[in-house]
Write a protein of this length. Structure first.
Length: 513
């Protein structure tokens, strides 16, 4: 069978710690200078000031985690770390910037919230222009990070941050009960029509033995854009290239077809009737208790789901679906792409040159590799081009290492990073299927991933996305009719979509090939 690779019998799980991937999607790496230069940097550079860094939240203390000591030894810089809170980090950051706290470097998330704050700080003169400092003190930085990445974070033509980009990463897909398919003699669906037939068979023939509680498909009410299925309509991302323009889903003619398909499934009883109020944990519980045949699952959650399903249904088997084809042959997965984080130097820094020197030293080839995955033979093994973690020490001493990254080698780190998903074979198999076994033409990177700060888009996007989510959920459950889509689109445009569309496409016209 085509999908035999991910026929994962739910067997006894390996005693492997931590399935989380260190807080990053995957993508970074190395430096430029020789290992000897890295090893002797402290001895040849003379006295260095103690630096003060503000980092993103993590569960361990930055100051005592093993990576901090290693970096001090390799770079010669002692760094005192503070971190932003897990809740409302942007509010805390605003207070610290306003009070001119003398941090030498600040590392924050790369999402729209922090991209907007970064651009605002830069425009208001709160950040150091790193352009001349990188030219003078950052040869490793310049070698490791692409011009494209730097261009995406420039403000008024200047570089005010070191970008940490992510790889193009597919996160989620539909997981199906393979044993249910086998019980009914059904092949793995490859098209929307085949999926619909499978869901009907799951409903009518009750392969799970749940009677009236048997659920063919379940998903969250706040996520009505169903992974994989949405791609069969050419709507893999929130914005998609249509004829050379970026179009938000709600304004794409295919959106009506998607809503019609999903609402028809709901009317036929093929979607969980509680869909609109389902939370993420609820959907997972329904699947792992053996009641649901198909749900969307992020690859990072596979080991946890496998363990819970095995406990409740020891004979259960599951697999990911291939990219489903729609009636016109469209298929594909949306893929995240953009910034994992940004690191900048505030004007209040007492040592801006040393902050850049420190970030540059962290990108010495061996130092960076040590920071990312540790020492060969101690934290990882390397065989046949593959980095594999040595457990449990990798989890103990490098599981939080991604939080120390302040710039990455965009060529090498995606390879190093794979050690993180090899902590559990099921985790690796799920990630590998979506990100290495899928044809490249079926993975659609978020086209706004490396867009610069777009003021109108940043201001209105969250509100607009919520409007679309709420409307789609109502249509699927019958609270709104697809016939009212034109009226909704008019409301959507008036709420800021027209202005965002213009701004986004003015930018897109400057970068598209």
């Amino acid at each position: 069978m085509k999908n035999k690779w991910l026929l994962i019998p739910v067997v006894a799980s390996l005693a492997l710690a931590s399935t989380a991937c260190g807080g990053s999607s995957g993508d970074e790496a190395g430096g430029a200078a020789s290992p000897a230069a890295s090893a002797t940097v402290a001895a040849t550079s003379g006295p260095k000031p103690e630096l003060k860094a503000l980092m993103r939240w993590m569960k361990d203390d930055y100051n005592t985690y093993p990576v901090a000591k290693m970096l001090e030894e390799k770079t010669g810089y002692k760094v005192m770390y503070d971190m932003l809170p897990a809740d409302k980090p942007a509010d805390k950051l605003n207070l610290l910037i306003a009070s001119s706290e003398p941090y030498d470097l600040i590392s924050v998330g790369g999402d729209n919230t922090f991209k907007a704050l970064y651009a605002d700080y830069a425009q208001k003169g709160a950040l150091v222009d790193l352009t001349p400092l990188i030219d003078k003190y950052g040869p490793n930085i310049k070698k490791a990070i692409s011009q494209k990445s730097f261009d995406a974070i420039k403000v008024n033509g200047k570089i005010f941050a070191i970008p940490h980009t992510t790889s193009v990463t597919v996160g989620s897909d539909l997981m199906i009960r393979k044993d249910w398919l086998d019980k009914l003699g059904l092949p793995v669906p490859t098209t929307l029509d085949e999926l619909t037939n499978v869901l009907k068979q799951f409903k009518d023939k009750d392969p799970g033995g749940n009677g009236s509680n048997n659920l063919p498909l379940s998903l969250r009410g706040d996520a009505p854009m169903l992974d994989n299925v949405i791609g069969a309509f050419g709507l893999s991302n929130a914005w998609n290239d249509v004829g050379g323009k970026l179009i938000p889903r709600a304004m794409d003619p295919a959106f009506k077809d998607y809503l019609t398909y999903m609402s028809d499934l709901y009317k036929q009883g093929l979607i969980d009737k509680e869909f609109a109020i389902n939370k993420d944990a609820t959907v997972k519980e329904k699947f792992t208790s053996g009641k649901v045949g198909v749900i969307p699952v992020n690859w990072a959650d596979v080991p946890t789901i496998a363990d819970a399903l095995k406990k409740n249904v020891p004979t259960a088997e599951y697999l990911y679906l291939p990219a489903l084809k729609g009636k016109d042959g469209k298929a594909g997965f949306g893929a995240s792409f953009g910034f994992d984080r940004l690191t900048f130097v505030p004007k209040s820094s007492k040592h801006p040159e040393d902050a850049v020197k420190y970030m540059n030293a962290k990108l010495e080839e061996e130092t960076f590799k040590n920071m990312a995955i540790g020492e060969e033979g101690k934290h990882y093994t390397f065989k046949d081009g593959v980095y594999s973690p040595i457990l449990p020490i990798f989890n103990d001493e490098r599981n939080q290492a991604t939080n120390y990254l302040t710039g990455i080698d965009e060529v090498k780190y995606p390879i190093y990073w794979q050690a993180r998903v090899r902590k559990d074979q099921r985790l690796f198999d799920a990630w590998d299927y979506l990100n290495q076994k899928q044809p490249s033409e079926l993975k659609f990177a978020n086209p706004l991933g490396l867009a610069p700060y777009l003021a109108q888009y940043a201001k209105d996007n969250a509100q607009l996305e919520q409007l679309v989510t709420d409307y789609a959920t109502k249509v699927i459950v019958g609270g709104e009719q697809v016939s009212g889509l034109d009226a909704f689109i008019a409301k959507y445009k008036a709420a800021g979509a027209d202005a965002s569309y213009k701004e986004v496409n003015d930018w897109y016209a400057t970068v598209k090939k």
